[in-house]
Design a protein. Structure first.
Ligand code: PMP
Length: 526
């Protein structure tokens, strides 16, 4: 059996030896998972759960091709990236082929955080500037340099202060602008459409409106004598609550940044069209399907400037203790004991196998098709359930925002937690995120099927009804759905173009959210 200890003993040892900040899913009744396959996870009793949490297991849990590639390479050689090895260069070549030609130089590291930290170093080195522009509610990683630029994390510290070198700008939801976002920004918007209470407005060019915020922020920083090194953004804000920026946003932001002599860092790849090429792209864990492999890709120019600084770059999973002067022996033994360097042959073999599986099984096509089915089902639930304020996302990366009132957009945080626990009883694993933890996050492995999507929607429906009864919310008039939808032109557009409809919250969220005391709050996943 894959179980080595009784569940209660596992829990006891975890509490005793693992830092209490490392939260566990379903803390009131944690699940012990002993194996996983495809889109399913299994507990110690053999109970199967449908996994809507682990997009990091990208091509499906324990995919045989990936397991075989990793195991074979592990049985042959695993060493650091300072020896020539074919896997490293072949993987770099394959990753580069998915990017615009200008992004030609790779640095392999072990985690998303390491990748983003290196990206900041590259940008600061290239520009000679220090300051970073980041988006509201962004999350870029857990190391100190990234906590500094991750406002998502600051919500958890009521008195967190930003460093003077960090500038936060409104996140840019796609297409819809909420009046509570910022009165000065609204003032500039050409309002095209208002819903019932005027809380939701669209602008013909939200990309320009939000990009102007960045331009103004750069101007204000310059007035204070500060210089911007980089703008960093997730291409689709994840922890921030599945926020899709409007088409054209990054292009316009990049133009403002370049005028200021700054670089654009895309945290993970999802480029907005051929006319937008960031200076640096960072890719995280899913590329290596949970094995420690991540990558920073940049231009030859940025890479050359970094090399010219004279400081060599290499990494290990754990920092190597500095060897005593002249002790080649100790240094060599450290290498042997800690062989997991970024770009090691095993990680690269796994990364290559992941790319092969994505192609062979058309997982990108599957994500588009099944994602569309899931979005359609969730949109249908939205037409019935007042608790659903918004459905947004791309492919199989979808957020369902729960609100107690569609006009005031009061976050239904406790209700989101209830949904998660109720679905767990139905053997479906889901998490909630966003600044108010009221956005249900669907991010299953890419082998998710239409039947899985149907099952999730069918199980979600009665749970929402039950919660609405408790809240005293009446189901919406389903036959009038057409009428309702005719107002939501952008939502319709999203369905056609998979472009994401407006996210109500990011900028409308209070600067500091109330510290959650509810111990049932599940941690966000990855
Ligand atoms: N950037 C983004 C957008 C992420 O979602 C994450 C992980 N959740 C990170 C960076 C950090 O990656 P890691 O946990 O591998 O350090």
């Amino acid at each position: 059996s894959a179980e080595k200890l009784d569940k209660s003993k596992t829990l006891f040892l975890r509490k005793k030896h693992v830092g209490p900040s490392c939260k566990i899913f379903f803390s009131q009744d944690p699940i012990k998972i002993v194996k996983a396959k495809g889109q399913y996870m299994y507990d110690e009793n053999g109970q199967r759960y449908l996994d809507c949490i682990n997009n990091v297991a990208h091509v499906g849990h324990c995919h045989p091709d990936v397991v075989q590639a990793g195991a074979e390479q592990m049985g042959t050689l695993n060493t650091n990236a300072r020896f020539l090895h074919d896997n490293l260069v072949l993987y770099a070549q394959r990753l580069q082929a998915t990017l615009p030609p200008a992004l030609s130089v790779c640095y392999f590291v072990n985690s998303g955080s390491e990748a983003n930290d290196l990206a900041l170093r590259l940008a600061r080195n290239f520009t000679g500037h220090d300051d970073i522009i980041t988006l509201e509610n962004a999350y870029h990683g857990h190391v100190s340099s990234l906590i500094d630029i991750s406002p998502y994390k600051h919500h958890q510290l009521p008195d967190a202060e930003l460093r003077p070198s960090v500038h936060v700008v409104s996140a840019a939801p796609g297409g819809v602008h909420r009046s509570r976002i910022s009165s000065n920004l609204l003032h500039r918007l050409q309002v095209q459409m208002c819903t019932e209470a005027g809380t939701e407005r669209t602008t013909p060019d939200p990309a320009a409106a939000y990009a102007d915020d960045v331009r103004e922020l750069i101007d204000r920083a310059h007035e204070k004598g500060r210089k911007i090194a980089a703008f960093i953004a997730e291409s689709l804000q994840s922890c921030g609550g599945q926020v899709v920026p409007p088409a054209g946003y990054f292009q316009q932001v990049a133009a403002h940044l370049r005028r200021a002599g700054a670089l654009v860092i895309a945290d993970e790849v999802q480029l907005q069209g051929a006319d937008f090429v960031p200076d640096i792209v960072t890719m995280g864990k899913p590329i290596g399907k949970r094995t420690p492999v991540s990558c920073v890709v940049t231009t030859a120019e940025v890479a050359q400037a970094f090399a010219s600084s004279g400081m060599e770059y290499f990494n290990t999973v754990r920092p190597e203790p500095p060897p005593p002067p002249g002790s080649a022996l100790i240094r060599a033994s450290a290498l042997v004991q800690i062989p997991q360097f970024g770009g090691n042959p095993v990680s690269c073999a796994i990364g290559l196998a992941v790319l092969d599986v994505i192609g062979k099984e058309d997982l990108q096509g599957n994500a588009v098709r099944v994602g569309r089915r899931l979005s359609d089902l969730l949109e249908a639930l939205k037409r019935k359930h007042p608790l659903i304020g918004d459905v947004r996302g791309r492919g199989l990366f979808i957020g369902v925002e729960l609100v107690k009132d569609r006009l005031t957009l009061t976050p239904a945080t406790a209700e989101a937690q209830e949904v998660i626990y109720k679905l767990k009883e139905e053997k479906i694993l889901l998490s909630a995120d966003g600044p108010h933890r009221n956005v249900l996050k669907f991010k299953p492995p890419m082998c998710f099927t239409p039947e899985d999507a149907e099952l999730v929607a069918a199980k979600l429906d009665p749970v929402l009804t039950e919660l609405e009864e408790v809240l005293g919310l009446k189901p919406l008039d389903v036959p009038n759905v057409g009428k309702d939808r005719s107002k939501r032109t952008l939502s319709d557009e999203r369905q056609q173009h998979h472009d994401g409809i407006g996210a109500p919250h990011p900028a409308s969220a209070p600067k500091r959210i109330r510290k959650e005391t509810n111990s049932r709050i599940t941690p966000a996943a990855d």
